[in-house]
Design a protein around this ligand. Structure first.
Ligand SMILES: Nc1ncnc2c1ncn2[C@@H]1O[C@H](COP(=O)(O)OP(=O)(O)OP(=O)(O)O)[C@@H](O)[C@H]1O
Ligand SMILES: [Mg+2]
Length: 324
């Protein structure tokens, strides 16, 4: 594990935003800065952290963790589902194939859990037995496994708005995608999830739920884009303590963004109004959790790159330009 001193000194130069004007058209997501040029997309994974569909600040090494972890998962799933990766020119940058993204996100859920208004458990607890077109059995208890993982699509809301969970039927009826594409993407989502859950299980982790994005390459192939099975897009639980914790009425031990969410909820913040500041200690603890997730999932130690990220990325991209 990275020492506290290294985490603390990185607080001063986290990667908040990049502006590489020479790289082509720029698009800023909540976490990633994208540069599009000649069929390629350079994704700079910043240290920004988002929850409640808002950017809440930066976490040391988060961009490096997420980028390297997404790359690890793309490599481990490429035989099941093709993806958008071309190369990793810098610890924080992924060079990808530019795709035509489907106008939806594909969430796969394997457990009856969650606390927000969009969570499966929240609906179930209120008595609803249909979630995004799936009929749920009677008698589920909180955090229990579903009979099998389900695909619950969400429409992508414009910046500032919140995504909306819908059924596949609604997605098709609203013209977001064709029935054939939806069926294809659902089946790819379940294949990715099955691989993810199997590899996580080897590391003593349960893959609880995750969000995928898919797009179409220029040649028509459907590929998974963005990120796969990172702690930002996925929830993991510790398998060893799961049974005892839920038997004792506790929540499972989670390895994900819930720490940040809980911190802000504790301050009474749920995504509306001005964003409260994170303390240094909270940012360090969040970094520790992201790094722990990396190390537990991959089984390798995380090697933080302590160079100032913006100038390092600029140099890496210049080298790449020179080479191509
Ligand atoms: N290969 C790809 N081709 C086209 N778009 C992609 C590709 N990979 C990722 N993207 C898009 O790049 C953006 C990445 O930014 P980021 O993940 O920060 O966005 P976000 O905050 O999750 O969502 P939003 O785009 O709504 O702001 C997303 O809009 C994602 O859909
Ligand atoms: Mg995203």
């Amino acid at each position: 594990m990275v020492s506290n001193d290294v985490l603390r000194s990185a607080l001063a130069h986290t990667l908040h935003a990049s502006h590489f004007v020479a790289l082509g058209a720029r698009y800023e997501g909540k976490v990633r800065d994208c540069y599009m040029r000649s069929g390629k997309r350079l994704i700079v994974v910043t240290d920004r952290v988002s929850a409640f569909d808002r950017v809440l600040g930066t976490i040391p090494f988060k961009g490096q963790v997420l980028n390297q972890l997404a790359y690890w998962w793309f490599s481990k799933t490429a035989d099941v589902v093709p993806n958008h990766v071309l190369s990793l020119p810098d610890p924080n940058v992924m060079e990808c194939i530019e795709c035509e993204p489907f106008a939806a996100e594909f969430v796969v859920r394997a457990y009856a859990t969650g606390t927000t208004s969009t969570s499966l458990w929240t609906h179930y607890e209120k008595g609803s037995r249909v979630f995004c077109g799936h009929t749920l059995p009677e008698g589920l208890t909180k955090h229990q496994a579903l009979p099998s993982p389900i695909v619950t699509p969400a429409t992508k809301a414009p910046a500032g708005a919140h995504d909306e969970s819908v059924s596949g039927e609604e997605l098709v009826a609203r013209g977001h995608m064709s029935r054939a594409d939806f069926d294809a993407v659902s089946s790819l989502s379940l294949k990715l999830f099955a691989r993810g859950a199997a590899l996580a299980a080897e590391r003593g982790l349960m893959l609880v739920d995750t969000k995928y994005e898919f797009g179409r390459r220029a040649d028509g192939t459907i590929v998974v884009i963005d990120e796969v099975h990172t702690p930002d897009s996925s929830r993991y639980w510790d398998a060893a303590s799961y049974v005892a914790r839920i038997a004792g009425g506790q929540d499972p031990e989670a390895l994900d963004k819930d720490y940040i969410r809980r911190y802000f909820l504790g301050l009474g913040y749920q995504g509306d109004g001005p964003v409260p500041a994170m303390t240094d200690d909270v940012r360090i603890e969040a970094a520790r959790r992201y790094i722990t997730a990396y190390e537990r999932i991959t089984g390798s130690s995380f090697e933080p790159n302590q160079q100032e990220p913006l100038s390092r990325i600029a140099r890496a991209l210049q080298r790449q330009e020179g080479a191509s």
